[in-house]
Design a protein around this ligand. Sequence first.
Ligand code: TYD
Length: 204
Amino acid sequence: MNGTFITLEGIDGAGKSSHVSWISEFLQSQGKEVVSTREPGGTPLSEKLREMLLSDAMDLETETLLMFAARREHLSQVIKPALARGAWVVCDRFTDASFAYQGGGRGLDKSRLTQLEQWIHGDCQPRLTLLFDVPCEVARQRIALANRHLDRFEQEQAQFHDRVRHAYLDRAAAHPERFRVIDGTRTLEEIRVQLEQILTQLQP
Ligand code: TYD
């Protein structure tokens, strides 16, 4: 793989989505080919799976397998071809979200997730994972202020999001070589300065 795979993670309301387009534009301004995408989603089939995942109640194993089914399709149709031709892939969520939400949030055994991770993309891991971290109360306030329809995950209780947050932080501690934890309570400007430093230091 010649390209560079970057993922963004964080609890709902951590603010990561507002940074995806900025990161893509920054990298493009440096002359890179950038593929900006998201999970669950990123292909027509995976977007259909996303719709179901965000709205329909389902068994935890079903939810997990559909997340990985969407991911497999996304990897084979979009991520791997882009990396093979040397592009930079900026992906809003990836497998760390499965460890955080299905594992930490819903309590699925981590060994199951590790098996799926190995099976579906043992040969392809992000080079850099930006974890936007905010206390759950801050995230909940932001979501409430947005005043829009909440998906199945956003509707979960505060304790759920607290478990998701801690699962993310545990995952960051376990993989310090690729994780960078960003304090999502800082201003947009401060975060952009930090992101620019991180991206500039990242060797292709
Ligand atoms: P999100 O990426 O936050 O989209 P938006 O910014 O439009 O709300 O929504 C995706 C949701 O899917 C999010 O709540 C986390 C959840 N999710 C999982 O539970 N497991 C996964 O593996 C992935 C990729 C996402």
